[in-house]
Every structure is written in C-alpha cells, then in structure tokens.
Design a protein around this ligand. Structure first.
Ligand code: ZN
Length: 252
C-alpha cells in the first residue's frame, strides 16, 4: 500500500479542515502552541497534532472522524483513524494503571512507561469478529437498538480473553440468535477507530433457520433473501463489504 504523508490536526475530538475553492482540505497549520504531537514512523509519514481542546483556529471546520469519511480518500481516512487512535491512547494512559504514577511517553516505540513500576502501556486494540452467516441464498442480519430506522447489519461482537477468532464467531452468533454455524472462513479485516477496534470479518454457514433472539443484544434478527434486503450500513464499514460479497457470490 502506498504511504500517504499527512499531518492531521485535531481540536478536541474533531479533525480540522479548511474550505478552499468550495472544497474541504485537511487543515495544514500553523501549529504554534500545539498541546501534543506524535509521528508514527521514522519517515515522518504520519503525524497527529492536537492543537487545542476547545477553541478552533480561525477559518477552520471541525468534523468528526465519521463525517470526515465523505471528504477524504480512503487511504487518507484510514491514516486519520490511526491518528485518532494514537491520540486516544495518549489521553488515556497519562497515569499508570497499576500504581497510579504519572507515565512518561517513549519515543522509540508507541508506549507510555511508568517510571515507578516499569509498566508499559501500548495503544489498545479491541478485536471484534463480524460475520456474514448464510443458509443457501439467505443471509442472517440483525438490528441493534441504536441503528437508524429499518437498517439491519451482519452480527458482530468483541473477542473474549482465551478465545480463538473462530470460537468468537460461533459464540456470538449462538448468543445473539441461537444458531450454530460451521464452515467459518476468513474474509478480511478493517481497523475501526471508534474508538479502537479491529474488525475481523468471516463468512459462516448454517443449516438451521429457527432464530432464538437474545433481546439483551438485538432488537431483531431475520433471514433475508438477496432480492429483498433491508436498508444496509453504508460503504464505510466491512459489514457492507461482507453483504456485497454475499450478493456477488450469489450471482446477482
Ligand atoms: Zn506504575
């Protein structure tokens, strides 16, 4: 993948842009008085600069990372996600989680070091599995309470300590719908910086149809034939890529 040299300026929890000739471009300085800055490789390819926690520089627009997706090429948006995750790590590891001492940032690696007890804290990543479960020409989709009206998506959930990814796929599908899956195959992955997940996609099959819904986790789950799909998540997410692959594989 080609490298994308970029500096990302952040104010609070928003990415900064400037409007130029009717288009939005990443804000590119000045950067005097920055509260924090951190590059993430030796070539200076990427850097995050926290300008301020509240006040915006003049003539700036501040967008959430989700909003920014519409205004950045995919590889640049991915790097912006990395910038947000590094900033989040720095914000949340200022003190040692073991002994409470103030930590020191290491510069030769992405680590916060506790000078008192030696604990190193690295950026957190929370792996989550996401799966397209199919039975012949139908796909199992679920609906969480916070989804926009009518939208359904693939089932997903965090991996628990001690599990393989395949264990997590089997457990999550069973917990949410009572369905047992087999033939689990890796599909692809996607960093998901909200705030620090890594989505790991799978396809899985089942011969079962009866859904025993877990209302703690989902509002609804159903089998959908490929010619009658509900509103789906937008193309920012691996969920949509999984569903699109199901459609392509079904000869649509
Ligand atoms: Zn400590």
């Amino acid at each position: 993948m080609p490298t994308v040299p970029r500096r990302f300026f952040v104010c609070g929890r928003k990415l900064l842009f400037r409007a130029k000739a009717g288009d939005l471009h990443l804000y590119d300085g000045p950067d005097a008085g920055a509260l924090y800055r951190r590059g993430w490789d030796d070539l200076g390819v990427g850097e995050v600069v926290l300008l301020a926690d509240e006040a915006l520089p003049a003539n700036c627009l501040a967008l959430s990372l989700r909003q920014a997706h519409a205004h950045l090429p995919e590889p640049v948006w991915m790097q912006a996600g990395r910038a947000f995750q590094i900033l989040g790590w720095w914000r949340e590891h200022r003190f040692c989680g073991r002994c409470g001492e103030k930590t020191e940032e290491r510069h030769e690696e992405l680590a916060m070091l506790c000078p008192a007890c030696g604990l190193r804290s690295y950026p957190r990543l929370a792996p989550a599995v996401i799966m397209a479960v199919t039975n012949g020409g139908e796909i199992l989709l679920g609906r969480a309470r916070h989804f926009p009206d009518g939208m359904y998506s693939t089932l997903a959930g965090f991996v628990e300590p001690g599990e393989t990814l395949e264990d997590a796929v089997r457990r999550e599908v069973f917990e949410e719908t009572g369905i047992t899956v087999e033939n689990i195959r890796y599909f692809g992955s996607q960093p998901w910086p909200f705030p620090h997940s890594l989505m790991i996609g799978f396809a899985a099959e089942t011969l079962e149809r009866a859904i025993r819904l877990n209302y703690q986790e989902l509002e609804d789950a159903r089998w959908f034939p490929m010619d009658a799909l509900p509103p789906l998540p937008d193309k920012i997410s691996i969920a949509r890529r999984l569903i699109d692959a199901f459609l392509a594989g079904s000869g649509r």
